[in-house]
Design a protein. Structure first.
Length: 356
């Protein structure tokens, strides 16, 4: 009974992993010569030091027609004085958030009202583009049906085990949502690297339907309005938005609590797929390690890791990111445990702190 369950879990999990990696074979990046005006939208709360790194990187983009709109959420640092007079930059300071709005969604909405571009390019103050071609590569994904473009945002380099794990977890997030989008089933994106047609955004009501929900300005909007026809993916070394990892496990856990608390609002189709993937991952490894004395333990573990290595390596090459493959056994097993644990925790915790 236990052996059959273990075999079923392992077989299904590896099939799902292979299915997700094979999806990348169907990815075709568009090279359309579109050059519409873009509005880069940034919400910032006391992010002066990060803005001093990000804004010059945005200003140096090799793209002709774009503007940068920074909405300052109740800032008390020198963000506003730094932004005054900068080329291509418009800033607005917001001192009060309506009680029925989530702070970030309200700040983003106010910024969008001031946008004059045809397309809204979202990023965060604590990120920076991987190249001067970022905006150009985003615009190349626009065709007659495109309304949403999803990009990837990995973490910068570091040597600690915490960094290695967070980087792997970020890769897994991208591995899942990019492969599903390529398979015509988009379910989320990351707000640090995303583009939405402004007219489409306004026509869909913006964030109105989710304005009071903490978080979800990126994935819940995608849940509601992205489909196989209107969503494109941008991948590659020049299309990334790098960001900084959390420096402590506590900060990381709080971040993941925020992210996973939104997951319960996903469509049943997406919840079922993600539940199957994580349940089989955890179940297979748990049952495997309960049978370490069995002759099949090492051959099955090595086979499992080989499939993961090949699948992840192929996907990472397409995405434009890297994985520390020496630590793959450890971070993969930790991911199998922490993901369901934090997901369950997010359902039990009533008041999850947010940066508001």
């Amino acid at each position: 009974m236990i052996f059959g369950l273990w075999l079923a879990f392992g077989g299904l999990h590896l099939v799902l992993t292979i299915y997700l990696s094979v999806a990348f074979r169907n990815f075709k990046s568009l090279k359309n010569p579109n050059r519409p005006k873009l509005s880069v939208i940034i919400a910032a709360h006391n992010e002066a030091e990060n803005l001093k790194k990000l804004i010059p990187a945005l200003q140096s983009q090799k793209y002709l027609d774009f503007e940068i709109i920074v909405a300052l959420d109740r800032t008390t640092d020198d963000s506003q004085s730094y932004l005054i007079g900068l080329d291509r930059v418009n800033s607005l300071k917001i001192d009060k958030i309506p009680s029925d709005w989530n702070a970030k969604k309200y700040v983003l909405t106010e910024a969008i009202k001031h946008a004059t571009g045809e397309w809204l390019v979202f990023t965060d103050a604590d990120g920076y583009p991987s190249s001067k071609k970022w905006l150009r590569m985003m615009s190349q994904q626009i065709d007659n049906e495109t309304q949403i473009v999803l990009g990837v945002s990995p973490y910068t380099s570091g040597n600690s085990f915490l960094f290695q794990y967070i980087s792997f977890e970020a890769f897994m997030t991208a591995f899942l949502y990019v492969s599903r989008a390529i398979s015509n089933k988009p379910y989320m994106g990351v707000g640090r690297n995303m583009m939405i047609n402004k007219a489409f955004f306004n026509r869909m009501g913006g964030y109105e339907s989710i304005k009071s929900i903490q978080g979800g300005d990126d994935d819940l909007f995608i849940q509601q309005y992205a489909n196989k026809s209107n969503t494109r993916i941008v991948l590659g070394n020049d299309a990334l938005i790098w960001t900084y990892p959390k420096s402590t496990w506590k900060a990381y856990f709080l971040q993941k609590l925020r992210h996973l608390s939104i997951g319960s609002k996903y469509k049943d189709r997406d919840l079922l797929f993600l539940t199957m993937l994580h349940t089989t991952h955890f179940g297979f490894l748990l049952l495997l390690f309960l049978n370490t004395s069995q002759l099949f333990f090492w051959p099955m573990l090595l086979f499992y890791l080989f499939i993961k290595l090949v699948s992840y390596r192929f996907a990472a090459s397409k995405i434009g990111t890297h994985i520390n493959y020496m630590l793959l056994p450890l971070v993969d097993m930790l991911y199998a445990v922490l993901t369901p644990v934090i997901a369950l925790w997010s359902k039990l915790v009533k008041d999850i702190p947010w940066k508001n």
